[in-house]
Design a protein around this ligand. Sequence first.
Ligand code: PGA
Length: 241
Amino acid sequence: MRIIELPSYEQISRAAADAIAYQLRRKPDSVLGLCTGTTPLGAYELLGEMCRAGQADFSRVTTFNLDEYCGLEASSPDSYHSFMHANLFSKINIDPANTHLPSCEGEAAAQAACDAYERAIEQAGGIDLQLLGIGGNGHIGFNEPSDVISDITHVVRLTESTIKANSRLFGGEEAKVPRTAVTMGVGTILRACRIVLICGAGKYEILQKAAAGPITPQVPASLLRLHPDCTVWCERQAHKM
Ligand code: PGA
């Protein structure tokens, strides 16, 4: 894991957007793994600008998102489908048919949908570049701290800390946050050719654990140290070692 400190959120966003634009210049039909959350918003804004300026072309790109809540319609304003449309897909020249998010409709159907998602990633040729954030509890995607490492896309029960953290996106009402979600597994993430994690100043403690503590599924982001090409861009205060 390569950790690069930058002085501001704007510079982290620029670094992530440049990494994606560079990836698209090298391989115009790249497969991107994408994340939601507050952290990637700056990078997504910049990618929209770069696309309008002709500096990034998404016309041949395929995307797979990390995760989605269970129990929300894709059209719900709180779904990650809506988040991605509002914050990225509507701002770039991507074919909506090439954008994918996992879905989770009913417990029984869920595992079949998860397996189909894994197969779709494989059939697309695998993920070239995976963009990630990190949760306050060390989660990547919705892979919460656990005793086991999950290999593939699966349904998870969210931890109280994640429900609390994400309630800010549900008008501050914890009761409105879905209790379960579907997420790529840690294995899915580690199979990406390249991983870029971006991290704001508020994540200092957990980034320190992930970067220098034991490699354990109890701190899912620590497992990224097993990947041969993982770059972390963090705001200076986020990594003071
Ligand atoms: P954030 O969330 O970007 O909103 O901080 C990241 C995450 O929980 O994975």
